[in-house]
Structures are given as structure tokens and as C-alpha cells.
Design a protein around this ligand. Structure first.
Ligand SMILES: Nc1ncnc2c1ncn2[C@@H]1O[C@H](COP(=O)(O)OP(=O)(O)OP(=O)(O)O)[C@@H](O)[C@H]1O
Ligand SMILES: [Mg+2]
Length: 259
């Protein structure tokens, strides 16, 4: 079955302030959608709301993955259903090694009675780390603790590769990556592109999209998707910035503003 992810009229608030003001987005398996937009327009909020972050209250709308109601699911159920988020600022967890964390995440996704064997897990993790040109020592380091910015981002991609999600959300995966790491991470993403997997890639820069060609590019302002197009839209934004979009749409302040 090919993946179908659908967001309809999604509204979300934080501490009573409405940030997302009605998001509509449909992502099919095999597609890569990029979301761009100025700072503070709701991009990370969308990612957090989709993953079920407790701070972000969903006040309206629906989200379905292959017909299943995502908003009804607890956070761990969303991961099990195949949602994955590489966060803009990955958290550090002291006392839990990267390998322990990944193995429990994989097993949670596979379900009881279907756990991965230790040998198979280690082999897979080693293989993927090699593809990402990560030092094997990162297997036994505490999760993200003391990782450099770029190391954290590479580690997020490692998680994605091992978890084989159905809908991948990457929030500024390119921030902090050096030139070689950007290419390595993009290759990792491209290798994961398939008919039963969709991608939502939040980025500020066309540069990433030179490596990962999106099918659709969306612009977010004021907590809404205000414009959509193909890869050429990202190129125009890179060259000209956002003023022309604001002018075209009569937007003065692009941030989510005060509720
Ligand atoms: N936990 C929170 N508490 C208070 N305000 C919040 C919280 N989370 C988000 N906001 C506000 O919501 C707005 C949107 O934030 P969000 O992180 O979604 O922006 P963004 O589009 O991802 O920006 P950037 O490009 O800088 O990452 C911002 O004004 C932000 O301050
Ligand atoms: Mg953000």
C-alpha cells in the first residue's frame, strides 16, 4: 500500500496563542514536499503538532496517515504508525546511549514479539553509520550529549534510516552541517526515497534542495501555507527573498503575530 498523509484545516495553539491557523497538505508516498518561510511563521510548530508534542494543543482540523487518525494517537503510537521527526534542536539524553535509544525505538516500532536481535541490530547500525561516515564511537555515546551541531543532525538521519518511517519530517536538517556532511545527509535521504515513504522537509535554503529535489515547495507565513509551487519556487525565493510573496498576497507582518 502506498502511503497517504493528509492534513486538513489544522489549527494549533500554545498557551492559548494560536500559531497554526489552518494548514492543508497532502503528501503521497514517493513525494518530497519542502516547506520554506521566514523565521517565526509556524514551521517547527507544525512539526511538533504532527508528532503530538504535549505543549501544542490542536484546536481544529484532522491529520491522517493511511486513513488512520493521527491526532487520536499518543506520541509513541504515532512513531509506531510510521511518523518520524528529525528535530531542529535534538535533545540530549544523559545516561542513555545512542545504541540503547535506537534499539528501543526500533523495537517499539516493530512491536512486541517482533523485536530485532542484538546481532542484527548492531550490524544494521554499523552499516548505516558507515554510510553516514560517522565514527563508530557514537554508538556508545550518550544520546546527543556533547554532540556538535552537525553530529546531532547526522545522528537524526541515522535514526531515520534505522526506523524506516512512512512519513519523514526533517526540520532544518541542513543547519549546522558542513559542506561534505550536507551531501552525505542528502544522499542518506535520497537513498530512503521510495513509493511508500513521504517527506516533509523544512528548510531555509535552496542549497539543500539542490541535493534533494522536492516535488512541491510550500511557503509558510502567519501560520498558513500561503503559496505552493515546484522546485522553481525555492529558486526564486533564494534569489529574491520573501518580499515579492508578501507583496503579491498583501501580507505586511509574516510572523504569527499576537492572538
Ligand atoms: N513553546 C512556545 N512558547 C511560546 N511561544 C512559542 C512556543 N513555540 C512556538 N512559539 C511561537 O510560535 C511562533 C512560531 O514558532 P516556530 O518555531 O513554529 O517558527 P518557525 O517557523 O519554525 O521559525 P524558524 O524558521 O526560526 O525555525 C514563534 O513566534 C514562536 O515564538
Ligand atoms: Mg523552526
Amino acid at each position: 500500500m502506498t502511503t497517504q498523509f493528509e492534513i486538513q484545516g489544522l489549527k494549533s495553539s500554545i498557551e492559548g496563542k494560536e500559531i497554526l491557523k489552518g494548514i492543508d497538505l497532502k503528501i503521497k508516498g514517493g513525494e518530497v514536499h519542502a516547506i520554506m518561510g521566514p523565521n517565526g511563521t509556524g514551521k517547527s510548530t507544525l512539526a511538533s503538532a504532527l508528532m503530538g508534542h504535549p505543549k501544542y494543543e490542536v484546536t481544529d482540523g484532522s491529520v491522517t496517515l493511511n486513513g488512520e487518525d493521527v491526532l487520536e494517537m499518543a506520541v509513541d503510537e504515532r512513531a509506531r504508525a510510521g511518523l518520524f521527526l528529525a528535530m531542529q534542536y535534538p535533545s540530549e539524553i544523559t545516561g542513555v546511549t545512542n545504541a540503547d535509544f535506537l534499539r528501543s525505538a526500533i523495537n517499539a516500532r516493530r512491536g512486541e514479539g517482533n523485536e530485532i536481535s542484538l546481532i542484527k541490530f548492531v550490524r544494521q547500525m554499523e552499516g548505516k553509520m558507515k554510510e553516514l561516515e560517522m565514527n563508530p564511537e557514537f554508538m556508545h555515546r550518550y544520546l546527543n550529549e556533547g554532540f556538535s551541531g552537525g553530529e546531532k543532525k547526522r545522528n537524526e538521519i541515522l535514526q531515520m534510516m534505522l526506523l524506516e518511517p512512512k512519513l519523514v519530517i526533517l526540520d532544518e536538517i541542513d543547519s549546522g552541517l558542513d559542506i561534505d556532511a550536507l551531501r552525505i545527509v542528502a544522499e542518506g535521504v535520497n537513498a530512503m526515497r521510495s513509493e511508500d515513504r513521504g517527506f516533509l522537509i523544512i528548510t531555509h535554503y535552496q542549497r539543500l534542495l539542490n541535493y534533494i529535489t522536492p516535488d512541491y515547495v510550500h511557503v509558510m507565513m502567519q501560520g498558513r501555507i500561503v503559496k505552493s509551487g515546484g522546485p522553481e519556487l525555492a529558486q526564486r525565493l533564494e534569489a529574491e527573498g520573501y518580499d515579492w510573496v508578501k507583496e503579491e498576497l498583501g501580507i505586511v507582518d509574516e510572523t504569527v503575530g499576537q492572538a
